[in-house]
Design a protein around this ligand. Structure first.
Ligand SMILES: *Cc1c(COP(=O)(O)O)cnc(C)c1O
Length: 377
């Protein structure tokens, strides 16, 4: 008899975005003359920048000629892109990386799901709560049952505390999706110290780092001393350059990572990841990597900044208006996300319905991001 991986059967149905679209469709049918402002799709809304489009067109052209055609790429990614990443995203912040520590991917979602495969399911994973739901689901699919939640709320300003029990793998997301909160240098130092003391590893998701404006907030976890021993960093072109449909990302896997086997021998995670990628990942396309490279010029940076500023301006506006209306609001600074407290402890779906029906605005119910308090799987 064929048996399925029952990790998949333990997943809860992913109804959030389909429920949202169903409700919006119903509203539109009933209110044909009304405009709907959608904040709830979890996608970018501006097209790719001119520089990116031109680079893609040029790369497509190269693919049409025998002399410049490219077939299978390199698992690691092309040097032309990796070199730009190192110089623009890291050296400018005083971080040194070797080229073989940066891996180009086809989206952080896949990079995160792949990376967790490298680690035994005996590990305990710690997740911020609320947070991007794919972290948890990728673990459930692997049948991990040791998951602990780092509860965040108004009380701790959505900044997670260190866990009371041992966590082997800690996912940190800053700026956070969905609360919009950021971890400052002090907070990150605390986590790096924890990871060093406990021989843990940190998955650092900084796909929203381009929204950070406060100079004191680190863009990379490697701005913290010693972080290369304990952290893997995930970055994407989805949110900074609108690549949600193009698909390009990168992962930094430092060779210094300190992971040991039972005999206290160091395991080379960087080599394991390369091995895993060469078997399971076909490399990001040449066209895509040329497109990503195009953001790393003065003009390329200027163009993506304009788009980022547009999202930031929206967030600022939404936040200030909500505050004027008396709402308790988080995020919206150093982040495109706004997280608000519903009035009188109203359920988030109920608030969603009111917002849609009274104002024609589509939000995202917070319940889609939060696990129930204390629930351990
Ligand atoms: C959007 C998002 C990602 C995934 O981005 P990709 O499009 O797969 O590169 C990863 N983490 C968080 C927190 C996100 O919001």
């Amino acid at each position: 008899m064929v048996k399925v991986n029952d990790g998949f059967l333990k997943l809860e149905n992913d109804y959030l975005f389909s429920d949202i679209s169903r409700k919006v469709k119903e509203y539109k049918e009933k209110n044909k003359d009304k405009k709907v402002i959608s904040l709830g799709i979890g996608d970018v809304s501006l097209p790719l920048t001119k520089n990116v489009i031109e680079a893609m067109q040029k790369a497509v052209n190269e693919m049409s000629k025998k002399e410049t055609f490219r077939g299978y790429g390199i698992v690691q990614g092309y040097d032309f892109l990796i070199e730009k990443i190192i110089s623009y995203d890291y050296e400018k912040r005083g971080i040194k990386l070797d080229k073989d520590e940066v891996f180009i991917g086809a989206g952080t979602k896949g990079d995160l799901a792949g990376m967790i495969e490298l680690f035994s399911i005996d590990n305990t994973v710690a997740l911020m709560n609320p947070v991007y739901p794919a972290y948890r689901d990728a673990n459930i699919m692997l049948k991990r049952n040791k998951i602990i939640y780092l509860e965040t709320s108004e009380e701790n300003k959505f900044i997670p505390n260190l866990p009371n029990e041992r966590a082997d793998i800690i996912y940190l997301c800053s700026p956070n999706n969905p609360t919009g909160t950021v971890l400052n240098k002090e907070e990150l130092t605390k986590w790096v110290k924890y990871a060093k003391e406990n021989n843990s590893i940190i998955f650092y998701d900084s796909v929203y780092e381009c929204f950070i404006e406060d100079e004191k907030i680190p863009h990379s976890i490697y701005e913290i001393e010693g972080a290369k021993d304990v952290a893997i960093e995930f970055r994407s072109y989805s949110k900074n350059a609108g690549f949600t449909g193009v698909r390009c990302s990168y992962t930094v896997v430092p060779k210094a990572l300190e992971v040991f086997d039972d005999n206290k021998q160091k395991i080379d995670i960087n080599a394991l990841w390369r091995r895993r990628q060469s078997t399971k990942f076909g490399a990001a396309s040449y066209i895509t990597q040329r497109a990503a490279e195009a953001i790393y010029t003065e003009e390329g940076q200027k163009q993506i900044r304009q788009n980022i500023e547009y999202y930031k301006e929206n967030a600022r506006y939404i936040k200030s208006e909500l505050k004027l209306l008396g709402y308790t609001v988080f995020g919206g600074e150093n982040s495109p996300y706004i997280w608000l407290r519903t009035p009188n402890n109203m359920k988030s779906w109920e608030f969603f319905d009111i917002l849609l029906n009274k104002a024609g605005v589509v939000g995202t119910p917070g319940v889609g991001f939060r696990r129930l308090r204390g629930r351990i799987f």
